[in-house]
Design a protein around this ligand. Sequence first.
Ligand SMILES: *[C@@H]1O[C@H](CO)[C@@H](O)[C@H](O)[C@H]1NC(C)=O
Ligand SMILES: *[C@@H]1O[C@H](CO)[C@@H](O)[C@H](O)[C@H]1NC(C)=O
Ligand SMILES: *[C@@H]1O[C@H](CO)[C@@H](O)[C@H](O)[C@H]1NC(C)=O
Length: 364
Amino acid sequence: MVNLSRCIAQVGCILAICHQASAAPAPRRTVWEVVTVTSCPNNACATTAPCTSTLSPVTKTLTTTECSTSEPVTTTFESTSSSLTSTSTSSRYTAPPSGNPYRDRNFNTIHHIYNLTIFPNQVPIIAFGASAVPDGLFADHASGRISPVGNFTDFEDSIEYFFALPPLPISNKNSAAFTRFELAQFSSECPEIASSTVYLYAEVVNATSPDNGKLVSILKQTGFWRFNERGEVVNYDLALIEVDHFIEELTSTDYNDPAAQQELIHTTCNAQALRCNGKNAQYDSIEHCIESLSAKPFGSYTNVWSDSVVCRSIHIVLTITRPDAHCPHVGPSGGMKCVDYDYKTRQFDDEHLWGRTDLFRCIA
Ligand SMILES: *[C@@H]1O[C@H](CO)[C@@H](O)[C@H](O)[C@H]1NC(C)=O
Ligand SMILES: *[C@@H]1O[C@H](CO)[C@@H](O)[C@H](O)[C@H]1NC(C)=O
Ligand SMILES: *[C@@H]1O[C@H](CO)[C@@H](O)[C@H](O)[C@H]1NC(C)=O
């Protein structure tokens, strides 16, 4: 067992206890992890217990876990609801581009959304779900498409995509997370529509590592947004560019390697055994899951939206927040998400997704 303590900036403090099963016996059980996020006055951070906080933290336990040994271990993912802040976040393009009120409003909304993908700003949303999302960012029925991940057809779906999927340092072997972003391109020629390109910088977040702060990779997202009269996002049509190369760099893993593919199947199956239980159970056993996923195409990060292992490895992340909604996507049938839609449906069927095809045009 490794106890490790990381303080993020001055106030946010993360205590993570991770256990990596030793290389030895099969079947390989991957990880259990405990993350407690709490406020740490004066950057004081205890290694074996959460640091004391003057605020009374609202905590929420999100998952229970498996273990490589025989005794059961509990995994908690806790967050104080209000105390988490980071001072290390920055964007190089912070000034709204103009004195034009709707351009500035739209810019600020998008800026705020991306700011919440920056670690650890997203942690309260992972822990508390929709209630931790500030008002004014997404409309109640927000829906959109994010290639190559999928379509998202309501508010919860949308915010989970934006805020639950960004990497956590504990979820990859580089300990990388998005630490800053740059809204590199932005335009908004009418109140309803904006287009943007963002660069999300993934850097090592590990205070005890000599690599702390080192750039691991950059993810580019580009596309269009539509706003309602209150300035909330109602629709988005966005694309992640070369996400396969980003994932490869983020995880330092070559997913063409059969051993890496097997490992992802094991990780996904172990995680679903923890989070998809009772009425959310999808497989009879971990072995059944491994057998089922090994028989599926591995897939690729250039098309996550498919009946593949890769798709399930993405959707398993979302089961932390809402197992009832997301466990079926990891199951044998793919629960309508990890299923094969044809290319033209995925990319061009705006009529089906939004009921119209001109959503992202400024119409005078
Ligand atoms: C980004 O989020 C951090 C943490 O919540 C906050 O301190 C900072 O002011 C935000 N920056 C912008 C430009 O919104
Ligand atoms: C953080 O870095 C230290 C020093 O390189 C290393 O021993 C430790 O395993 C790292 N922690 C994680 C979670 O990667
Ligand atoms: C969007 O996703 C839903 C299920 O989440 C699906 O029923 C629908 O067909 C999808 N739309 C398109 C255009 O693929």
